[in-house]
Design a protein around this ligand. Structure first.
Ligand code: BYC
Length: 328
């Protein structure tokens, strides 16, 4: 019933042509009227497949995203920062649980999703395949990666699939705390010693290019956007989300006295549009297909976690079987 998709592979539109045209029209009318689609409602197989693909990738991004920040919990400067970062990382893992549950409503079991992740068959966000060398890298993630995630998720929380939008709604509320925490971390470094300012600037220099890619390939080469926007799964295109992020956060980065490592970055006031250096989409493709600086390490950690947690899952399942009351 479920299935993923290969990057940049053209969509199999044939599956849509096979659907009952009357049901398909009623489905599109419901979406156009702003109604929510629920798990037991009729939906085209392609809608189901696309949602599983996107929600599953999103869930994986949350648990893998916890890794580069997680390594900084014990090294965060001071008790308060340690506590706050630990709470944030726990939130991210919780987001993954919400999202796996939302994807499960579409028919793909959680075990199959985890299996696809640890065996490299599923994708997760490009940005978490880069190393967090310094505390400032962790601050960049907490502020600006979370900011990018909020831009995307606030928009998509108005989308069409009930379980996903309800999960996004809750996730956005928690993310807005993360954003404040992340901004406070970056602002502290900005107001700190020359070395602290330098570390933060170096982190911005390292993470800016992956951050631009975080919103997905440009609209010219995005594969799934057209159908996902028609079905209100995505509420804006990748370029529109990237532009919104630039609009909101470039001035804030400048305000803190940092520079952005893109010589072409400028606001074209006539077109009300940010001009940027075109991201290196070949690097992007390599990274999302398993060949980034940290891909192997990230999946190895998840594989170990899966292996070590096996006895807990088995114990819970046995206990629930023992207390299960047979239905009359
Ligand atoms: N990374 O047709 P396109 C967080 C793939 S977690 C990797 O434009 P689509 C956080 C795409 O999957 C929040 N792969 O795709 C956590 C497709 O490949 P397949 C993460 C990417 O789906 C912890 C191919 O490229 N947010 O912030 O229309 C701590 C063609 O692309 C990426 C979400 O997951 C990427 N960046 O649009 C801190 C949001 N971009 O599947 C923070 C939910 C594209 O054909 N997802 N690809 O093999 C989305 O909104 C959409 O899936 C995307 C891509 C905008 C990302």
């Amino acid at each position: 019933m479920y299935g993923g998709g290969n990057v940049f592979e053209p969509m199999k539109v044939k599956e849509l042509a096979d659907e009952d045209p009357i049901l398909l029209k009623e489905f599109q009318d419901r979406i156009d009227r702003g109604e929510k689609i629920e798990p037991t409602d009729w939906m085209p197989e392609l809608y189901r497949k696309q949602l599983i693909r996107m929600i599953e990738q999103h869930a994986h991004s949350e648990i893998i995203g916890a890794l580069p920040e997680g390594t900084w919990i014990t090294r965060a400067p001071g008790f308060k920062r340690k506590m706050a970062l630990m709470a944030k990382v726990q939130d991210e893992v919780g987001h993954a649980q919400l999202l796996y549950s939302a994807a499960e409503t579409l028919g793909k079991p959680r075990e199959a999703m985890i299996d696809d992740l640890i065996n490299g068959r599923s994708k997760y966000s490009n940005i978490f395949n880069y190393p967090a060398f310094t505390w400032a890298d962790s601050c960049f993630i907490s502020w600006l990666v979370d900011a990018g995630a909020i831009v995307n998720q606030l928009a998509n929380a108005k989308g069409s699939y009930g379980p996903y939008v309800r999960a996004l709604d809750r996730i956005c509320k928690e993310e807005s705390f993360h954003l404040k925490y992340g901004h406070d971390c970056v602002a502290s470094l900005a107001a700190g010693t020359p070395s602290q300012r330098k570390w933060m600037q170096e982190a911005i220099d390292r993470w800016w290019a992956p951050m631009m890619m975080f919103f997905g390939p440009s609209d010219k080469i995005s594969v799934h956007s057209e159908i996902l926007i028609k079905w209100k799964v995505k509420m804006a295109s990748n370029d529109a989300m990237r532009q919104q992020f630039l609009d909101m956060y470039v001035p804030k980065i400048w305000e803190l006295g940092f520079t952005i490592p893109d010589p072409l970055l400028r606001k074209n006031e006539e077109e009300d549009k940010w001009e940027i250096t075109e991201p290196d989409w070949d690097e992007f493709k390599r990274v999302i297909n398993g060949d980034g600086p940290c891909n192997k390490e990230r999946l190895a950690v998840r594989r170990i976690a899966e292996e070590r947690g096996k006895w807990v899952r088995e114990a819970i399942n046995r206990k629930s079987e023992k207390y299960m009351v047979p239905l009359a």
